[in-house]
Design a protein around this ligand. Structure first.
Ligand code: ZN
Length: 454
């Protein structure tokens, strides 16, 4: 299900709003630190949840400068620089920002919703030139939002149409791989209808061009062959189910094969759960308080493109109801086998609110049987190691340690005891810029107000 791109110029007005809020006279605590400032920020006396192992470092001080964590240690041993903005961490917890590695960003103001829900890195899995441009702006802090990684548009075996790149012959696949790589995309997104012959060429060419293959399991290729090809990422747990592996007894074998392949998996349980909820209560799902932060264009697209509009709605419902427990059991088996699981929501496809669905997926992982540490790992350290291995070997994020990108959440409670703490950030730091919760909320209200007038 795809909604059309509705890029707006709202981003520009949000940036000028950021400038306005920096004027003197505002309450100091609710101001963000300026982007790209060379001044330090210090989290003082905080309980650090570093996510390098299941542990809490009590009463530590963390210093951030130029977008990086520059020092970290027991508070008594750390000298806070004179120029530092001091943030009181006493009794609070500091964890890495979350990564949602299956998104479809449909307009720029969605970035704010991700930040408000503690998400500081995104992987767009159906990229466009706009996403690439936005990614550069975000990296340089000339736009405000999570760091954005972007895959190619969908590569699929049907006739050309829309923004799908048609790969029906091995030659077309060879050309497409080089073209997408040169355009600046960080991964190739494969879709349902690629033939085994084309898939084999595509994977070989991608390896030669050093670009990871991510996405679906092409139906006629099947999950076993995709794993033998060592596809970097399967972007829905459901893909195992849809490509025919529906027998619970086969789950252990699939998990072992996935581990052996080194393939990472986004379970994306929230996608199935939301589809099922839409089938029984579409208006209830759409009436979410988060709806006011979505552009009217996205909401309009959701009305036209949601499960209730499918011609095969009854068969679809039956299939999704069977897929949900299967993917839950598969997720737990993959975790036990040591497969790298990644947190991903598929927002903003219908019913999936940016940021909120990331948090819902975190809860889904716990419901599937993962410990809070394992679920949080999918959204932090695993995302960092996936990028380092497949996309950018110089990237450092997903843990709290010296040298890491300063993407941080200051929380009122311990997320290792209750993952919902990760949705209660008192402030979010993205690439070293500190954004207090009140400020983020005010900014979102401005967006909602602007949308309500459209
Ligand atoms: Zn998707």
């Amino acid at each position: 299900m795809k909604t059309s791109r509705t890029w707006t110029l709202l981003g520009a007005s949000l940036l000028s709003l950021a400038g306005a809020l920096l004027l003197p006279g505002c309450v100091r605590e609710v101001q963000p630190t300026p982007a790209n400032s060379e001044n330090a920020t210090a989290f003082i006396g905080v309980n650090v949840v570093p996510m390098d192992a299941e542990r809490v470092l009590e009463d530590h001080t963390v210093i951030v400068r130029n977008g990086l964590i520059t020092s970290l240690g027991p508070s008594a041993t750390i000298t806070v620089p004179a120029d530092a903005e001091r943030i009181d961490g006493k009794g609070r917890y500091l964890m890495p920002g979350l990564a949602d590695f299956h998104v479809h960003l449909h307009s720029e103001e969605q970035l704010l919703s991700y930040l408000a829900h503690g998400v500081t890195s995104l992987f767009e899995l159906d990229g466009s030139r706009e996403h690439l441009e936005l990614g550069v702006q975000l990296k340089g802090n000339s736009a405000l939002g999570p760091t954005l990684y972007t895959s190619s548009p969908l590569l699929d075996g049907g006739p050309p149409g829309g923004k799908v790149v048609s790969v029906r012959t091995p030659e077309q696949a060879r050309v497409a791989v080089v073209k997408q790589k040169n355009a600046g995309y960080e991964a190739l997104k494969v879709y349902d209808n690629i033939t085994p012959e084309v898939y084999a060429t595509l994977v070989a060419m991608a390896r030669q061009q050093r670009i990871p293959v991510v996405g679906h399991v092409p139906r006629t290729v099947g999950v076993e062959a995709v794993l033998r090809s060592r596809q970097a990422l399967i972007s829905h747990g459901e893909e195992y189910f849809h490509s025919g592996a529906r027998d619970e007894a086969g789950i252990a074998g699939l998990a072992r094969a996935t581990k052996e392949a080194g393939t990472s998996v986004v379970p994306d349980l929230v996608h199935i759960d939301t589809a099922l909820r839409m089938l029984t209560d579409l208006e209830g799902v759409f009436a979410d308080p988060e709806a006011r932060y979505l552009s009217p264009e996205v909401i309009r697209n959701w009305r036209f493109s949601n499960p209730t509009r499918r011609v095969d709605v009854a068969a679809y419902a039956e299939r999704e109801r069977a897929a949900y427990p299967f993917v839950q059991h598969l997720t737990l088996a993959l975790q036990k086998e040591g497969v790298r699981l990644l947190l991903g929501s598929n927002a903003s496809d219908a019913g999936l609110f940016p940021g909120k669905s990331t948090q819902l997926e975190l809860a889904e992982l716990v419901k599937a049987g993962l410990s809070p540490y394992e679920a949080l790992s999918a959204g932090t350290r695993n995302a960092g190691s996936f990028i380092t291995e497949h996309v950018d070997s110089a990237a450092r994020f997903g843990t709290v340690a010296v040298g890491q990108r300063a993407d941080l959440l200051l929380l009122p409670g311990n997320p290792l005891e209750d993952v919902s703490q990760a949705n209660r950030a008192l402030g979010v730091m993205v690439r070293g810029q500190w954004l207090p919760r009140e400020w983020l909320q005010k900014k979102r209200e401005k967006t909602a107000e602007a949308f309500s007038k459209r």
